[in-house]
Design a protein around this ligand. Structure first.
Ligand code: ADP
Ligand code: MG
Length: 251
């Protein structure tokens, strides 16, 4: 409770937030306008290569704006309980495997060493496959984009010894986070002190991941140290899931 209060105090005010969002939309929008104006200028004869280059900038900026608007939309829906999850029992090992495959195929992860350590047995838990995967994806993408090439990323799914919890662990040996970044990590619209030059992020990835994990009755724990890397552990209580499923079966 105390932590929640502290965090709310730390969260940006609505005005600061709006200022941030409009600024973050305005900058790429100016670029889009600028390049479109250039292309439309009748007295210039652009080469094919130039046209492609300018179109690429327009594409990138438009993609960023689309991501930002989608992420904003999603955080608001999550905050207002307006995202209706469709949970069904699913093997988390398989789900994490799919998320890892997606990240391995992402061009941004080309220079990373990504390893998957699955549990041998199936670990069934009620999830909304699409949104659970989205939470994993946000965490995996962060491990990729905030760390230098060659960073090792280990992803594991395991059960604890007493078999009443499932852990999903995403660990990287990258740059780690400073105290300020750690303190504000789950704040909506916060970007790490060193992340600002990375243009594709919206500062909403961790907030969305946390909300989605909570919506799946899970918890998220972070350990991070500058220069050593970051470890994110998601935990899910199996008992709760069993009780829930029984409720559904025998209403
Ligand atoms: P962003 O759009 O910047 O990725 P996120 O909410 O996803 O926003 O993450 C917030 C900040 O947390 C990032 O800007 C970055 O500074 C930090 N961060 C998240 N994951 C990692 C990681 N694996 N290694 C280092 N820093 C990270
Ligand atoms: Mg992110």
């Amino acid at each position: 409770k105390k932590n929640d209060q502290d965090r709310r105090k730390l969260e940006k005010t609505r005005e600061e937030w709006l200022a941030g969002v409009s600024h973050d939309l305005k900058t790429p929008l100016s670029a889009v306008k600028g390049y479109a104006d250039l292309l439309a200028e009748p007295q210039y004869e652009w080469s094919k290569e130039e046209v492609r280059q300018y179109a690429k900038v327009i594409q990138d900026k438009a993609n960023y704006m689309e991501n930002l608007i989608n992420d904003l939309n999603l955080t608001f829906r999550l905050k207002n309980d307006a995202l209706h999850l469709q949970k069904k029992p699913f093997n988390l090992v398989e789900l994490v495997r799919r998320a890892v495959i997606d990240i391995v195929n992402d061009p941004r992860a080309e220079a990373m060493e990504i390893e998957f350590h699955p549990a041998k047995e199936e670990l069934i838990y009620p999830v909304d496959v699409k949104w659970f995967k989205r939470a994993l994806n946000n965490l995996l993408i962060n491990a990729v984009v905030h760390n230098p090439p060659g960073t090792k990323i280990n992803v594991s799914v395991e059960q604890d010894v007493t078999k009443d919890q499932i852990f999903i662990v995403i660990e990287d040996n990258g740059v780690g986070m400073d105290q300020e970044t750690l303190a504000h990590l789950f704040d909506r619209y916060f970007r790490g002190t060193r992340a600002k030059k990375n243009e594709t992020g919206t500062g909403l990835g961790m907030a969305i991941a946390e909300q989605l994990i909570k919506a799946h009755d899970g918890r998220i724990d972070i350990e991070s140290e500058i220069g050593r890397g970051t470890k994110i552990r998601l935990s899910f209580l199996l008992e709760a899931s069993v009780a829930q499923l029984e409720e559904k079966k025998f209403p």
